[in-house]
Design a protein around this ligand. Structure first.
Ligand SMILES: [Zn+2]
Ligand SMILES: [Zn+2]
Length: 181
């Protein structure tokens, strides 16, 4: 998605454009994140005295892998952010160009048009959870047999139903299995 700045100025310095953003699968938190469908939303560009401010709102879905049960699940994305752009040499880290301490961070553009895709991609990746969970109370996998405990209990527990261990199990706060020799 490219935003023509000359066009923006011709239109009086305010422009709203619908956004459809297709993102490639990316790596986040050591795992691959996929985007099964385009993210949709709107960008509102406002010309300022030294550049352009773009407000972006987007909704969509990311396919993440649950940190506990390792199943893929759709994570709803809802983004809203503003980014400031100023004309400047490409490839320079914005922080290196910043003047005063109270200055708002910004991204440079070539003076003609603003490329939004990379900025959007970075904001989407930042919006993803560090430890994705398919649901807050995901039971995860049995550490012994690997069964997904969300689908029901495994048989590891019942094998330990030996009455001789019952008194020990009551004493052990770690639960069944901890007292096993
Ligand atoms: Zn899970
Ligand atoms: Zn098990």
């Amino acid at each position: 998605m490219r935003l023509d700045v000359a066009e923006l100025e011709r239109e009086g310095g305010l422009r709203r454009v619908p956004l459809t953003v297709c993102l490639d699968a990316a790596e986040a938190g050591g795992d691959v994140v996929a985007f099964p469908s385009p993210l949709r939303g709107e960008a509102e560009a406002v010309a300022t005295k030294d550049g352009v401010t773009v407000h972006v709102t987007l909704t969509g879905e990311a396919l993440l892998r649950c940190a506990r049960c390792l199943q893929s699940f759709g994570y709803p994305l809802r983004l809203s952010f503003a980014e400031h752009f100023r004309p400047g040499p490409p490839g320079v880290e914005p922080a290196a160009l910043q003047g005063g301490e109270d200055e708002v961070p910004y991204v440079t553009y070539d003076g003609k048009s603003i490329e939004l895709d990379e900025v959007i991609r970075q904001h989407v990746l930042l919006a993803l959870p560090m430890k994705p969970l398919c649901r807050a109370d995901c039971l995860g996998l049995c550490p012994r047999c690997g069964k997904n405990l969300n689908e029901g209990p495994c048989t590891c527990g019942s094998e330990e139903e030996d009455p001789r261990w019952a008194p020990l199990r009551q004493l052990s706060p770690g639960g069944p299995g901890d007292g096993q020799v």
